[in-house]
Design a protein around this ligand. Sequence first.
Ligand code: E4P
Length: 215
Amino acid sequence: MRLFIDTANTDHIRQANDLGVICGVTTNPSLIAKEGRDFVEVVKEITEIVDGPISAEVISMDAEGMLKEAEELVKIHKNIVIKIPMCAEGLKAASKMSKKGIKTNVTLIFSAQQALLAARAGATYVSPFVGRLDDVGAHGVELLSEIAEIFALHNIDTQIIAASIRTPKDIVLAAQAGCDIATVPFNTLMKSIEHPLTTQGIERFLKDWESVPKK
Ligand code: E4P
């Protein structure tokens, strides 16, 4: 399973990229709004940091509008993936974009049937949301397993991006469920590096090293 970072904060993207563990970025209108910067300027900067798929979301609610936005966004960089909300117009847009060779990420997936429809419309990626399902008392990870099972069973090559990841454990569960990618917020990514026994182990190695005779 590959890792993307789920943020529009370019400092965080730079730090995560320097770790060498991420190979793509997902943004959404809320993440862009949080940065208080121009959308195109942020997306352009991200493409200069990470050499991999960068999801930029459209905000039109009709397929024609989505397509128009997509045609402008893909001019920014060859790595741009158009993020489309799951809805009837979104499926139409994904289908049209797929025929034009534009890569898409159908987002806000909360059921396996939505994922199947998005895949059949030609989506490059689907983004099932784990955390938001958990928030309403459902089991986000079960959805990941269902989608992974269906895609494997029917040789569907649409890639599954586990989204709305909240904890390091979610990353592990997404990998076990068979997702292709997990898109992870910066804090969760940084937390995943740590383990108290690792910290303790490093401290002990350094302490013991002090007693090694030095020439
Ligand atoms: C997906 O690509 C979304 O940007 C994201 O994962 C949403 O996560 P949230 O539920 O934490 O807002």
